[in-house]
Write a new protein. Structure first.
Lengths: 87, 976
């Protein structure tokens, strides 16, 4: 169980958050024009690094913020927490 | 004094307070302060259990949490299952039973297994019992190898609770370095939590009696000093059993005063592990015979419980810590007949001992004499030219000392083999944690004191804090350095004897050799193949020996082989502390304002999705469940019924781009839904699987209301939010969860309209003005309502939504006025029957994460005009393979009395081991007066009226494939 330092609420327990998957590229605008292999890559090949990984967390049972968390998957160290870029 | 092996004085037991308890039905007398183990040893009871696999007689081996030999079941009040006999204090009238033997440990019938033991090598289960099927053998094997039975009486005797806390310093360990660290960190003024750990209260590196007195007096003074610190919290009777990321330590505390177990989740800035050390055994032939104990156990029984379970004592060792035991036993007037040391060079270690003790250096034990109890042994010189037969009734063994690395390893800390101490010691840490004292590999008490003080003061200094200097006591005798020489395995073994590495799991030296021969050369694979280091004791006394053996046999350095990873919990903990308490606190059940009405009116409450408690059906007097469901179904089809549809997920989607957003979320067109009506829609995942089905209403321009399945509401909410935050963050839309704000009573049945017209309502309910899929706001008997004409039953239906505060009032009015119509409340079981009759989908039944909308006959919901929506491309891509698809069909048995079980496979007629589909739902349909079922079948839609074969538990039954709708296929009734 990890602690996430929410930029709005301070360090809070993992139980307040919901893990929403690895940070990935935005859905391509023209998805129906993509080639099959590019589409399959987009769907099924998320980055899975050993070390620093970018993750998306939702402070669902807290302030509701969407956060980008940089976490070391080997040590569980949380390197950076920021609001998920809304643009 | 009836106790044969009790010493005349000493120990921390109260001889004036005898306690009687029963062990396997025999009354035993112990003293206040005894554990079950010490009381049994005091009474000369040697055989206390049987081993798991070979059912060999076993006795007590240690005096602590590391015990691998004797596990007991405590019955009656205070019952617990499968606990080490060394950890339970005797109570008056306690009933104790050995596990794993029948009829009793002395005459165990399964002991015959030993005769066949050459047929039981490691990996035996995998190799032998897979044919014809494991399940044929399983009950017998479980009975033979099982642990204590689960108590049939399920009333909990203890309660469980959990709490979270934080601190600057967390000290784990109640021994010398634990107390030093607590006193020193307490002086910083920061918050300190001290876990007076159960793990090293017993055992630990031996200390000469004279020094022990000095040390205990000094430690008591430190304990007294701690009482003055308000910033220190002491957790007594506690066990730190788990170490997680970011310095989270899990501690179970037994609070006898309130009879509960409290789980502490402690988040600490800095953890100091003073977990102490545990002695390991030596591997030699038949080293498991009752009467062979670890030296630390013998020491503890002598010093603490005043028990020495033998008269003719031999010590066997590879290190000099045994000398302190020899002196302690002699101090109690006991005679040691011999010390056998595997080291050739013992230096000055045995100098000054009386000449009556035979010292055999460079000798190893090659044979143990005695079956139910050790009676003697044969020691042979390592050079092989001499062997001596000696008799004894107690053999105390020391194979060296291991730091208790369990928590250290869980924290991610590294460790390395130290040749001087012949064990693994902690090196670099991954988290903010340090190891102290014996846990860090400083076994000698004097060294332990100095090193602990040094490390703690360095830590405090590095953190920029201050503490006073601590004066250490002067110890006289414990100055000799600890000396050890590795001895991992006997130089030769003879057939017919077993040299145990893991006594608890019956893993022998031969088993490890076999695993290596068969290619399982990694220590973790050796563990899995042989069961070494698994189970209750987690290999606390055997794992380092196993590494030594693997290293010797494979010629690898110790560090390359490494230790078997110690996993949490460090020692078994009650499930109650980590499991969820029955729905009450951790994940509370959700109820609606009429749950109490339901309870009073015979509802059988089910746990529905998303933790809701919903009525399954309402039982009248003298009614069975099936009768109740049929009565409720008749009311919907022929009369008037009502149900509480509140748990349905409700979301409001608003904003300039709401329609654009929903057009991406749903497969069908949303943007052109006329105001005041709704449309059935499907949400897919990007992978093309069905996320949810539901109805989307247009309330006004840029304002939509979406209803989704109860169990799926949380996932859908996450999906909508994630889409907005991520992929469609450029859209101006807001999603509001109104599940708990809108509650509803759904009135259904052919009489529903007539009935509602009796109320004061400003909405025209006629089919022309308020058609199917319409939604209207209005005022119903003074209450603001939003009525939707949706139907999950296939019958005329009005979903009357109100604010939560009005639901009870609404419900009671409808019920009281509905009596003359025979209004019948219905539950989710009946709803299930009705939806199967109509062929409506249910997530988790028909929608199983493999099928797509077209398989389910919902191709018409997939818009052909929209260029893009979530899942569109993936569904098309999945269908390019042209493999047979599982399609939704109806199924009726040819034999009218047969109900196909849900989940039953549909098999190919020519080869019944090939499955071509399965039954997804199967119910008694009251309106059709027969059983009906839905199924997913390969290419099913083109096989209507075909006969297929369904495999029941008893055999094959024939069924006819029909269209997946058994009632009103044109939908006239729900539109009426």
């Amino acid at each position: 169980m990890i602690t996430i330092n929410c930029p709005f609420c301070g360090p809070r327990d993992e139980r307040e958050f919901e893990y929403c998957g690895p940070h990935r590229q935005k859905r391509p605008d023209k998805i129906n024009e993509m080639t099959t292999s590019a589409f399959i890559d987009y769907l099924t090949v998320p980055e899975n690094p050993e070390g620093e990984a970018k993750e998306v967390w939702w402070h669902r049972r807290g302030c509701g913020a969407w956060l980008l968390v940089v976490r070391n998957t080997r040590t569980h160290e949380i390197i950076k927490v920021s609001e998920l870029d809304a643009t | 004094m009836p106790h044969k092996y009790r010493l005349p004085q000493g120990g921390k037991i109260d001889r004036q307070k005898p306690i009687k308890f029963t062990f396997n039905g025999v009354t035993i007398e112990g003293c206040q302060g005894d554990t079950i183990a010490s009381a049994l040893l005091a009474n000369g009871i040697r055989i206390t259990g049987r081993s798991f696999k070979y059912h060999r007689p076993r006795g007590i081996v240690t005096a602590g949490i590391e015990e691998p030999g004797t596990f007991v079941e405590v019955m009656g009040e205070g019952r617990s299952t499968t606990v080490p006999a060394t950890m339970v204090h005797v109570q008056p009238e306690m009933q104790v039973k050995s596990i794993n033997c029948w009829p009793n440990p002395k005459y165990d019938l399964a002991q015959l297994l030993q005769v066949f033991s050459p047929l039981l090598p490691s990996g035996f289960y995998y190799k032998t019992f897979f044919q014809p099927e494991w399940k044929v053998f399983e009950p017998f094997i479980r009975k033979m190898a099982g642990l204590a039975k689960i108590p049939q009486d399920d009333t909990p005797l203890q309660s469980y609770d959990s709490t979270d806390t934080h601190c600057e310093f967390l000290i784990v360990g109640g021994g010398i370095s634990g107390i030093i660290a607590t006193v020193m960190t307490a002086q910083t003024g920061k918050r300190v939590i001290w876990v007076d750990n159960l793990q090293n209260q017993h055992g630990g590196f031996p200390i000469a009696s004279a020094d022990k007195i000095i040390l205990e007096r000094w430690l008591q003074a430190l304990r007294d000093q701690l009482k003055g610190f308000a910033n220190v919290r002491i957790l007594k009777q506690a066990l730190a059993w788990g170490y997680r990321e970011q310095n989270l330590v899990l501690v179970n505390q037994n609070r006898e005063e309130v009879n509960d177990v409290l789980l502490w989740r402690i988040r600490a800035r800095q953890v100091l592990l003073a977990n102490g050390c545990t002695e390991r055994g030596l591997v030699f032939p038949d080293n498991d015979r009752p009467g062979i104990m670890l030296a630390s156990g013998v020491m503890k029984y002598c010093q603490h419980y005043a028990v020495t379970p033998g008269e003719r004592i031999i010590l066997y060792t590879n290190n000099n810590s045994i000398r302190i035991l020899a002196e302690t036993l002699m101090g109690q007037g006991k005679e040691i007949s011999a010390i056998i040391d595997t080291r050739e060079d013992t230096g000055q270690d045995y100098r000054g001992l009386p000449p009556t003790i035979k010292i055999l250096t460079g000798y190893e034990i090659t044979k143990v004499i005695g079956w139910n109890s050790v009676r003697g042994l044969i020691a042979s010189s390592l050079s092989g030219d001499d062997s001596i037969r000696l008799s004894c009734d107690l053999l105390a063994v020391s194979g060296g000392w291991n730091p208790n690395l369990q928590l250290w390893m869980q924290s991610g800390g590294a460790y390395a083999f130290s040749p001087e101490t012949a064990t693994f010691v902690p090196t670099t840490s991954l988290q903010e944690v340090i190891a102290l004292g014996m846990c860090a590999g400083y076994f000698n008490p004097k060294e332990n004191l100095c090193e602990t003080r040094k490390r703690v003061s360095e830590l405090i200094e590095n953190l920029g804090l201050k503490s006073e200097s601590l004066e250490l006591p002067q110890l006289n005798m414990s100055e000799k350095p600890y000396r050890i020489q590795s001895y991992w395995q006997p130089s030769s073994t003879n057939i017919g004897s077993k040299s145990f590495v893991d006594i608890l799991n019956d893993v022998t030296l031969e088993d490890i050799k076999l695993a290596l021969r068969e290619g399982y050369d990694d220590i973790e694979l050796v563990k899995r193949y042989t069961t070494l280091g698994m189970g209750l004791d987690q290999g606390k006394t055997g794992n380092v020996n196993a590494t030594g053996i693997v290293a010797t046999l494979s010629g690898k350095p110790m560090d390359d082989v490494g230790l078997i990873k110690y996993r949490s919990p460090v020692s078994p903990i009650p499930f109650g502390t980590v499991g969820k308490p029955e729905g009450k606190f951790i994940k509370p059940y959700r109820t609606t304002p009429i749950t109490n009405w339901n309870r009073k009116n015979g509802a059988v409450l089910y746990e529905a999705g998303a933790n809701w408690k919903r009525p399954g059906y309402y039982l009248l007097q003298n009614e069975t469940m099936a009768e109740a469901i049929n009565r409720e179904a008749r009311a919907v089809r022929n009369g008037l019924a009502i149900y509480d549809g509140s748990p349905l997920g409700t979301f409001e989607i608003k904003g300039r781009d709401a329609a654009k957003f929903l057009d991406m979320i749903y497969t069908n067109r949303i943007g052109d839904i006329p105001k005041g009506t709704g449309r059935y829609g499907l949400m897919l995942t990007e992978e093309g699987f069905i996320l949810d089905d539901g109805v989307c209403f247009c309330m006004a321009e840029n304002w939509y209301q979406v209803s989704v399945s109860t169990g799926n509401a949380d996932q859908v909410h996450l999906h909508l939010e994630k889409c907005l935050r991520y992929d469609f963050s450029h859209l101006e839309v807001s999603v509001t969860n109104l599940t708990l704000q809108w509650m509803n009573a759904t009135v259904c049945g052919p009489l529903a309209r007539d009935f509602l017209q009796e109320f004061s309502l400003d909405i025209d309910l006629s089919p022309e003005k308020f058609p199917f899929m319409g939604i209207r706001d209005g005022v119903f008997n003074g209450m603001p309502v939003r009525i939707a004409r949706v139907s999950f039953t296939g019958e005329l239906s009005f979903e009357i939504n109100v604010h939560t505060r009005y639901l009870k009032q609404l419900w009671e009015r409808l019920i009281s006025k509905g009596n003359k119509y025979g209004i019948t409340p219905i539950g989710s079981e009946t709803n299930h029957v009705l939806r199967v009759e109509k062929g409506f989908l249910s997530l988790g039944h028909e929608v199983d994460g493999v099928v797509d909308p077209i398989d389910l006959g919902l191709g018409w919901v997939m818009s052909k005009f929209k260029k893009d929506y979530i899942g569109k491309k993936a569904v098309a891509l999945n269908r390019t393979s042209h493999l047979p698809r599982k399609e939704l069909v109806g199924l009726v048995a040819q034999n009218n009395d047969i109900q196909f079980p849900e989940g039953a496979p549909i098999v190919v007629s020519k080869n019944q081991s090939i499955i071509e589909g399965h039954v997804t739902a199967s119910v008694w349909s009251e309106i059709n007066n027969r059983f009906v079922a839905l199924a997913l079948l390969n290419n099913g839609r083109s096989r209507i009226s075909e006969i297929v074969q369904v495999r029941n538990l008893t055999g094959i039954e024939k069924g006819e494939v029909v269209a997946p709708c058994f009632y009103d296929p044109d939908g006239k009734r729900l539109r009426s």
